[in-house]
Design a protein around this ligand. Structure first.
Ligand SMILES: O=P(O)(O)OC[C@H]1O[C@H](OP(=O)(O)OP(=O)(O)O)[C@H](O)[C@@H]1O
Ligand SMILES: NC(=O)CC[C@H](N)C(=O)O
Ligand SMILES: [Mg+2]
Length: 507
């Protein structure tokens, strides 16, 4: 799940993009990049690391220009090499940079087409480089010396015809302006907003509304599935529906885990969705165990805090912050390998003994994916003297891979895959495990915007919004991106020679 941003400003844009990326840091902690355009020339800085580590004052000073785009990366394709940090760039036509959130499910086929028919070279295994080249090719074939907004929208239509999967993207055409577009199923989020200044209106496109809030932009609206927006360097804005068939099926996992709670996505307040998740989970517990003996509800920080509060309130049980988080450790789930993730949970969370000692504790998390977190926390709770440890998940069992931009490529790594809830409970060592029902999770989000007819719930159901995802694809994905394969590849990349690429990081 990456974070993307694009800004057309009346003043230098470097600090605004930096600030927006910092606000979106929870969406990707592997690499960060900014490209700005000044007098037709592109200035780029990208490298592995957090935003605060990638950009130093000397870089910022050179990122001149009043339009630009930025990206924070959480890899779902290829490796963690700095060569795959975004934005990506192609020089023809016009000079285009692109930043992408999501995952293409037909990038193998597209890579072949790009090579064989479009005569384009790809230098990495990133599906985002594929997306950029498809967009560039569709624009190039119009053969215009000076592209109009209409040409750009036509190129986006070409992208929708050829690309499958989940994608929200921002692209910058050197000297012309910024484009934002969203896949025809609206799986990945993208929103745009406006800020009034004395010099005129400025525009911003971003993954989450919270980035707009933080920079003083007023949200105009989310892009509709298949829709594109083009803002030229002077601040003229045009929008167009570029897909022939569209459905709004936003990824429900954004509401469970990824998005910040203070974001509003497709009209749904993530905060309120999480409150409702907690309430509905409490209803289920009261239905199934009216005589429960829970003494205290303790959330596993950070993402489950909100659902945990409403769950406790509805159960009529005390809510206590019994686990303290080390704020200097990133999100464990989006870390690259299982051994790093495992180590990080212990470094990250510590129990306050008196909240556990002799009590029947209900731990709450937003979701159980690989089971890394809950297994260790349950052990921690027992070590702290809990009498009984119950576990509640605000999401249903995650049983299927994600193919649209969340790095859960292999079903075998998911603790609930092929297992009953009882079996998972035994494996993680809980005295009792309760999962949210899917219809309650969907209702928690749908109540926020009745116009949304469906969500992408593929990690819970195995039903994918795009038709091209079949078992053969899932098998290939599992082989290419399992933790073991990724670890081997990333180990090779840390050796000196692996930094050879088109974008050497001189730091
Ligand atoms: O079953 P697992 O594979 O462990 O994955 C699920 C856990 O990972 C996430 O937390 P994370 O630490 O990434 O971020 P958070 O601080 O936002 O909760 C999520 O909130 C769960 O706690
Ligand atoms: N999480 C994402 O959105 C990843 C974007 C892209 N697929 C990459 O791996 O860089
Ligand atoms: Mg968590």
């Amino acid at each position: 799940m990456c974070g993307i941003v694009g800004i057309v400003s009346k003043s230098p844009v470097n600090q605004d993009i930096y600030d927006a990326l910092t606000v979106l840091q929870h969406r990707g902690q592997d690499a960060a990049g900014i490209v700005t355009c000044h007098k037709g020339k592109l200035n780029q800085r990208k490298a592995n690391g957090l935003v605060r580590d990638v950009f130093r004052a000397s870089h910022m000073a050179q990122l001149q220009g009043s339009i630009g785009i930025g990206h924070v990366r959480y890899p779902t394709a290829g490796s963690s090499s700095p060569a795959l940090a975004q934005p990506f760039y192609v020089n023809s036509p016009y000079g285009i940079s692109l930043a992408h959130n999501g995952n293409l499910t037909n990038s193998d086929l597209l890579s072949m087409e790009l090579y064989q028919s479009d005569l384009r070279h790809l230098n990495t295994e990133s599906d985002s480089e594929v997306l950029l080249n498809i967009f560039a090719h569709e624009l190039q074939k119009l053969g215009k010396l000076v592209p109009t907004a209409e040409d750009i929208f036509q190129a986006v239509s070409g992208v929708h015809e050829r690309c499958k999967g989940g994608y929200a993207a921002v692209a910058m055409l050197a000297g012309y302006g910024i484009i934002g577009f969203r896949d025809p199923n609206g799986i990945r989020p993208i929103v745009y907003g406006r800020r009034e200044t004395e010099k005129g209106a400025e525009y911003m496109i971003a993954s989450e509304s919270v980035a707009l809030d933080a920079l003083g932009f007023k949200v105009v609206r989310d892009l509709a599935p298949g829709e594109a927006v083009f803002i030229d360097v002077d601040g003229n804005i045009e929008l167009r529906q570029c897909a022939t068939e569209t459905h709004l099926k936003p990824c429900i996992f954004e509401h469970v885990y990824f998005a910040r709670p203070d974001s509003i996505m497709d009209g749904v307040s993530v905060y309120k969705a999480r409150l409702r998740q907690g309430e509905r989970l409490a209803d289920k517990i009261l239905r199934e165990r009216p005589d429960h003996d829970i003494d205290v509800v303790i959330p596993i920080p950070d993402s489950s805090r909100i659902a945990g509060q409403s769950l406790a309130a509805k159960l009529g049980v005390k809510f206590r912050e019994g686990l303290v988080k080390n704020r200097y450790i990133g999100r464990t789930f989006i870390m690259p390998g299982q051994s790093v993730r495992k180590k990080s949970v212990k470094q990250k969370l510590n129990a306050i003994g008196l909240e556990f000692k002799g009590k029947n504790v209900m731990l709450v998390d937003d979701s159980i994916v690989r089971g890394t977190t809950c297994e260790q926390i349950i052990e921690m709770a027992r070590d702290a003297g809990a009498a009984k440890v119950y576990f509640a998940s605000a999401a249903p069992p995650v049983r299927y891979p994600n193919v649209y931009g969340i790095d859960m490529p292999s079903a075998n790594e998911l603790i609930a895959h092929g297992r009953t809830e009882q079996e998972v409970a035994e494996l993680i060592g809980a005295d009792w495990l309760v999962y949210q029902d899917l219809e309650d999770l969907v209702a928690s989000s749908a109540e926020g915007n009745k116009a949304i007819k469906g969500f992408d719930c593929s990690v819970f159901t195995g039903e994918y919004a795009t038709m091209d995802v079949d078992q053969a694809y899932l098998d290939r994905l599992a082989q290419e991106r399992s933790d073991a394969v990724k670890q081997k590849r990333d180990k090779m990349l840390t050796s000196e020679g692996a930094l050879i690429g088109l974008h050497n990081d001189m730091s």
